[in-house]
Ligand binder design. Structure first.
Ligand code: AMP
Length: 190
């Protein structure tokens, strides 16, 4: 299996690049942000609970997102691999993911981190907010999401680096250029 963690701050292009990758590598795309937004849209109890946290730019509790990912892994027994997008976002999430995959006799293959300077991210997200309809794509909430990212999510890169699985790619350029950089990392494995 090819199990990829696509990592990077809000607005780095994880969702867009995931779409490219799933087309070529036939992986199952698991985005905790997309799953949570679907719950909000459907008006479920989980959605109602999560909406408030998401609108504040904070992280949903680990046990909630870990359970969501566990369910999705179980629901895709035939998968040739997964792209984890926006997950894991804390070290306990990364540890839980290692355990979930090890129970399925597999593991994370690598983490690709998209590096984009913060100024560029803010302008991308505020621009995205004009069309995305996402309540959290406004400058105030974006700043809070960056704070969460720096404090809680950045250590996840160190976690994978310690396993020699971290690859950083430049996340600035055309979509094709960035995808080319990701493919050159993946070519080590497939
Ligand atoms: P995203 O679409 O990945 O930017 O996620 C949007 C929001 O959903 C985040 O700001 C968090 O509130 C929540 N969220 C998504 N993934 C996670 C996660 N792995 N852990 C905690 N909260 C998450």
């Amino acid at each position: 299996m090819l199990n990829l963690v696509l990592f990077g701050p809000p607005g780095a292009g994880k969702g867009t690049q995931s779409e490219y990758i799933i087309g070529d590598y036939k992986l199952v795309h698991l985005s905790t942000g997309n799953i949570l937004r679907a719950e909000v849209e459907a008006g479920t109890e989980l959605g109602k609970y999560a909406k408030q946290i998401m609108d504040e730019g904070k992280l949903v509790p680990d046990e909630v997102v870990i359970q969501m990912i566990s369910n999705k892994i179980d629901a895709n027994p035939q998968a040739q691999g997964f792209i984890f997008d926006g997950f894991p976002r804390t070290t306990p999430q990364a540890q839980a993911l290692d355990e979930l995959l090890s129970n399925k006799s597999t593991a994370i293959t690598c983490m690709v981190s998209l590096d984009v300077p913060e100024d560029e991210l803010v302008s991308r997200l505020v621009k995205r907010g004009e069309t995305s309809g996402r309540a959290d794509d406004n400058e105030g909430t974006v700043r809070k999401r960056f704070k969460e990212y720096t404090e809680k999510t950045l250590p996840v890169a160190t976690y994978y680096q310690a396993q020699n699985k971290l690859f950083s790619v430049d996340g600035v350029g055309s979509l094709d250029e960035i995808y080319g950089r990701i493919k050159s990392v993946l070519s080590r494995y497939v």
